[in-house]
Each structure stands twice: as C-alpha cells, then as structure tokens.
Ligand binder design. Structure first.
Ligand SMILES: [Zn+2]
Ligand SMILES: [Zn+2]
Length: 336
C-alpha cells in the first residue's frame, strides 16, 4: 500500500479520487435502485416540501409541539439544501423545466440563501479555487477569519455577513460583484427576512402594550411562520455554515489538484452532532465531494463508510479542531 510519505500530495489526491469513484460504482452496481436518480431527487423534493407544510398544519391544529415542528422542518429543509447542491452539479433533470422548478422550489422553502443560479456560479468557483483568496462562497461564511464576534456574526447571519465581508472579499476575489450578490437575494431572502421582522415587530409591539386590535389577530400566523419556516432555516443554515466554514482550510494550501488533499478535513467530533443533524452530516462527507462531485448526497453518505478510513490513511486530516483557532490555516505557523 502507498504510504502518505512516499507519494506527492497530488498523487495522494489521485489515489483517493479513484477509491471514492470506485466505491460509488460498486454501490451503484450493488443497489440497482440508485439508477433511478431523477426519480429519487424528485421524491425527496416532493416529500420534504410536503412534510414542511403538513407539520406546520399539524402544529396549527395543536397536534405537534412547536419544538417538534422546528426540528422536523429543519431536517426537511436540510434535504432541500442538499438537493440544491446536487442540482448545481447537474445531478437531477439536468437542463430541463423540472430542474428549474425544483431549483426555485428548494429556494423558496429555505429563503435564507441567495438565488440558486447565483450560488451555482460561486459554488463552482469554490470547487476551482477552494482555500484561495479568490474563493467567494466559503469566505462569505467566515472561512479564513480569526475567531471572534465578527466571525460568529458572519457564520450565523447572511445580512451581517454581507455587510462585514462583501467589500473585503471583493478586493481579492475579482468575481465578487457586491451589487450582483445583493440582487441575488430577491425574492427568497426578502420573504425570509420579511417573515422574521414581521414576527419580531408584532411580538415586541404586543409586549410593550400596543392596543392595535389587528395585531393580536395576525400574531398566530406570524408565530406559525416563525416556527415552521424562519427558525428551522436559521438553525439549518447556521449549522451548515458553522461546519462548512471550519472544515475547509484557507490561505496556505496549494491551488488546484496539488492542494486537493489539504482543501478539507473530516470534521465529526461527537459534540458537533446536533449541527450535523441539520446539514446531512456535512462535516463527515463534504470532503469526499471535493474529490468526486457527481455523487448525489445520499450516495456520498453510503460511500463514506469505506472512504473515511481510506482518506485518513492517505493524508486527509481528521477532527483538526485546532483549525478553529488558526483562522483555518493548514499550518500552525502560517501568517494570518
Ligand atoms: Zn467545499
Ligand atoms: Zn459542490
């Protein structure tokens, strides 16, 4: 077997890529249902959106506790997020009206993300330039920033992230156009933040004793929207951004295939499980995706059982918590 010392990082990357590809092919042969990729994608889309609506209705009728609603819808919305990412890589109904419908569907049901076609642009750039100062997607969620208040705000709030980061990142990432990014927030993020601010305004006005009669009539609706849509998506997006921005390395790794093995770590300490729950185990599996992009998210999870030990053996770091305090630098001594 090749030991990590005897081969170049580029060669290690090639060996891991081949293993992941072959493991995917082995599973596709073993489980013939995996062939029906379009049908699987559409089924996940229809069931996740239906679950989000039905659980909201069940809560409205008093059959489901609001906390259960938040958890259910957070997980359902996280599957929609995975579908969007798969569609960015053209894995379901490529270039058809069904894909367009699903792209807008997964956006509206999450809201707090940019237009999926804009995300496609910056995500494909992320694959090309991962860990470099030209990568937009990861820097906009805090990757590469020192730990502190600004980083925490960036990881958990898209609006503040834009205010804190857009101009700074645009200086090193020529493809970032702040105006284009702002326009990509319409209408999804407007819907999302509209629902959030309406909820907050009504709660505060009633709390301070406002006697406007229609406020109490609207309150049950804004509360339901908050429990069914706003809070689940806040938790979902916060979870994926916390994990994603910390499992990618930044700033001191080789570009392209030479840096492939160093682009990500496998991040899965037990205390991150509440967050992994809302992002389909992203910390464990996203590294696999950097090597092979054409496996749908559920197949990637199946591949993970054999791929993770193999990746560790071949030089991919595992639970490098220290990177949290190194602003995600690969080396402890790198300048920040
Ligand atoms: Zn990535
Ligand atoms: Zn991707």
């Amino acid at each position: 077997m090749d030991s990590p010392q005897s081969v170049t990082p580029r060669e290690q990357g090639r060996i891991i890529t081949q293993f992941i590809r072959e493991e995917g092919e082995r599973l596709r042969k073993k489980y013939s249902w995996l062939k029906h990729q379009n049908a699987i994608g559409l089924t996940i889309f229809i069931s996740s959106t239906t679950i989000m609506i039905l659980s909201a209705y069940a809560c409205w009728l008093g059959y489901l506790h609001p906390v259960a609603l938040v958890i259910t819808n957070g997980i359902a919305a996280s599957l929609l997020h995975e579908l969007e990412h798969d569609m960015i890589h053209g894995l379901y109904f490529k270039d058809t009206w069904v894909e367009r419908l699903m792209m807008y569907g997964v956006w509206i049901f999450r809201g707090n993300t940019p237009n999926p076609y804009y995300r496609k642009k910056i995500h494909l750039l992320h694959h090309k330039d991962s860990g470099q100062v030209t990568d937009i997607e990861e820097q906009m969620i805090g990757n590469g920033m020192k730990f502190g208040i600004a980083r925490l705000l960036t990881m958990f709030d898209q609006n503040l992230s834009f205010l804190i980061n857009a101009r700074r990142v645009a200086k090193t990432a020529p493809e970032l156009n702040p105006k284009e990014m702002a326009l990509a927030s319409f209408p999804g993020m407007w819907l999302y933040y509209g629902a959030l601010y309406a909820f907050a305004a009504i709660e505060i006005l009633l709390l301070i004793g406002s006697s406007l009669p229609y406020l109490t009539a609207i309150q049950p609706y804004t509360r339901l929207l908050f429990w069914a849509y706003v809070l689940p998506n806040f938790i979902r997006q916060g979870s994926i951004q916390l994990i994603s921005s910390n499992m990618h390395y930044f700033g001191d790794i080789a570009p392209g295939k030479d840096g492939l093995v160093q682009q990500t770590q496998i991040l899965r300490p037990w205390w991150l499980w509440p967050f992994q729950l809302f992002c389909f185990n992203f910390g464990t599996t996203h590294g696999i995706h950097h090597f092979v992009v054409n496996q749908p998210f559920y197949l990637r999870q199946m591949v993970a059982f054999r791929a993770i030990p193999f990746m560790r053996e071949h030089g991919v770091r595992y639970n490098d918590i220290g990177s949290f305090w190194r602003a995600n630098r690969y080396r402890a001594t790198a300048a920040i």
